[in-house]
Design a protein. Structure first.
Length: 168
């Protein structure tokens, strides 16, 4: 019975982790792209109307969606992304933070010295530029492979979950 409970708990934990990583990486990427395109298209214009924002939203979502764009690009969808308007650049910062969180999670499970380094970072406080602080953890903000690392971790955990499903 204990083994079954442990398997179920591991399955639940993996499902939650994958759900969170998917949300942060894929939905945040979509939202960040929309925000960037919206600001780029708005540059030099007094105001964008709903039709123009709809068109920007649809063209931004096209690479991410498999649903018909008539459904995905409706005004009600971009209007729900209130942070774009309430807190500019929040979404891109959130995406960056999510990728860093996944990198830290990966380091916690792959670097035997992680706990010591992380403890030292916390004891030190945030007395330096984030680039410097993260470099002490082996994470570099300008590393083009940060997203690839997150995608690789997502793939690994998906494979782990598939093995658990197959064993039940």
């Amino acid at each position: 019975m204990k083994c079954m409970r442990d398997t179920c708990q591991r399955q639940y934990a993996l499902e939650r982790l994958l759900s969170k990583i998917a949300l942060e990486l894929f939905e945040s990427a979509e939202e960040t792209s929309f925000e960037k395109n919206l600001y780029t298209q708005a540059a030099g214009h007094a105001m964008l109307d709903r039709e123009k924002v709809d068109a920007i939203f649809q063209s931004t979502l096209r690479p991410y969606e498999f649903y018909p764009m008539a459904d995905a690009g409706a005004s009600r969808n971009w209007m729900r992304k209130s942070l774009v308007f309430e807190d500019p650049h929040y979404l891109v910062n959130h995406l960056y933070a999510s990728v860093i969180a996944v990198a830290l999670f990966d380091k916690a499970h792959s670097d035997p010295g992680f706990a010591e380094k992380y403890g030292a970072l916390l004891r030190r406080g945030f007395d330096a530029d984030p680039k410097v602080l993260l470099a002490t953890m082996g994470i570099h903000l300008d590393d083009p492979h940060l997203v690839e690392g997150a995608a690789h971790l997502f793939e690994q955990k998906t494979n782990d979950l598939q093995v658990l499903y197959a064993s039940r």
